[in-house]
Write a protein that binds this ligand. Sequence first.
Ligand code: ADP
Length: 493
Amino acid sequence: MADRIVSFFKNLKIGRSLKVRLFIIIFLMGIIPSIIMLVGILENYEDRAVNVRISDTQTQLKIIANHLITYNYLQDASSEVINAELEQLSNLYNGRTIIVNGNLKVVKDTYGISEGKTIISEEVIRCMKGEGTANYDAVNGFIEITIPIIETISDKMAAGDMPAGTEVVRGVMLTSISTDNIVTTMEILNRKALIIEILMVFCIFAIALLLAQILIRPFDRVSKAINEVNEGYTDDPISVPDYLETEHIVDAFNSLLGRMQALDASRQDFVANVSHELKTPITSVKVLAESLLAQEDVPAELYREFMVDISEEIEREDKIINDLLALVKLDKAAAELNISSVDINQLTEIILKRLRPIARKRNVEVVLISKREIIAEVDEVKLSLILTNLVENAIKYNREQGTVEVTLDADHQFFTIQVTDTGIGIPEESLSHIYERFYRVDKSHSREIGGTGLGLAITRNAVLLHRGSIKVESTEGEGTTFLVKIPLTRVLA
Ligand code: ADP
């Protein structure tokens, strides 16, 4: 049942509002101590008023008790002086006084009801032993006080078993006094307290509402700012430094925004680049075709020559599209590595064999240095992409009579593929850009030799998918070394 009530409030939308929670906390923190204080003060007042009344009455009763002995009242209750004193006391406190002698007989009752009767009450008996009592009956609104009437034995009265100075209880004074006026005062105070409490509830309610509103405002500002970005009014980073918490939320949002903007910009760049790259061969084909059409009686050789050019451009377009498809596949295939145990030395030999004809065309020598046998858990197709791109680049950007050295090595954790060439090198300022899509140090030169600017982007993606690393060192005019390091066994994310 309790669980159900808790879950009901949890599901209630209003119960999940920080503003409502703050309001309730502030309200309770304001109202509970104030009510406790008021109730405490009232209780304290009542105790104190009763105690003062008791001690005042006891003092007066003691004085009268002395007089009772002096006037020998217990034997003869006709003393005018004492009767007047008792009357005055009863009137003052709206009470009743009964005087009981040593035989527990009532010698005087200011109400005149019990005279001559015997009283055997616990209080009277206890008082006879010299111990006065005082009891407050809050329900019926009176205080009952007993005072022993004590006689001090004088020299004259001294006897063998009672030396002078001995105190003897001769009787008891039993007084009930009304606490009506205390109760009336309490009622007035209670009424005033209630008014104060109601006023306090209103004030604290208003203060709690205001404070909750003010405290929550920075969070409202955060959601307003985020909404503005969401609705596209602004792209600027937002700032709500009011609280550390809002600052953290806003910082997190800003970095997300930054990432999204960077992603958006790179997507736009990519689309622009793709369009441009795809358009270039088509434009060439169009120009070639149109120039053929513009001429009449074109000789067959010219046709053939132009057709070869057109076919080359189409081949280029095909290569760009294939590279793009490979890149897109790598981008989304993080979990789709087709892992198997691959003999890296054998795979490298096959790839080099495939690339040697291109190398021969450029008079470039390709050398394989296998430092040890390597069997690794990799995706064979993607590793082929890495090797092909690196070795092909090393051949393409080499000089006449240059060499390409492919070195395979491994330790107990990683294997390395190092591709070193003696080619044109990469300028220092371009080193950080070569992995970007469509980036080419020398656009026209790269195009001439059939580059798309996508090879290294593909290579890097494939290396990262294997949780490996790729590094490059290059000196312009002397050559370039790419070093790829990949774990021998599959590292799970
Ligand atoms: P591309 O298809 O143009 O070769 P890549 O992404 O493979 O595209 O390479 C990007 C650029 O990096 C190349 O255009 C080239 O300028 C430079 N580059 C890559 N490899 C080498 C290398 N071995 N030597 C010199 N420059 C290189």
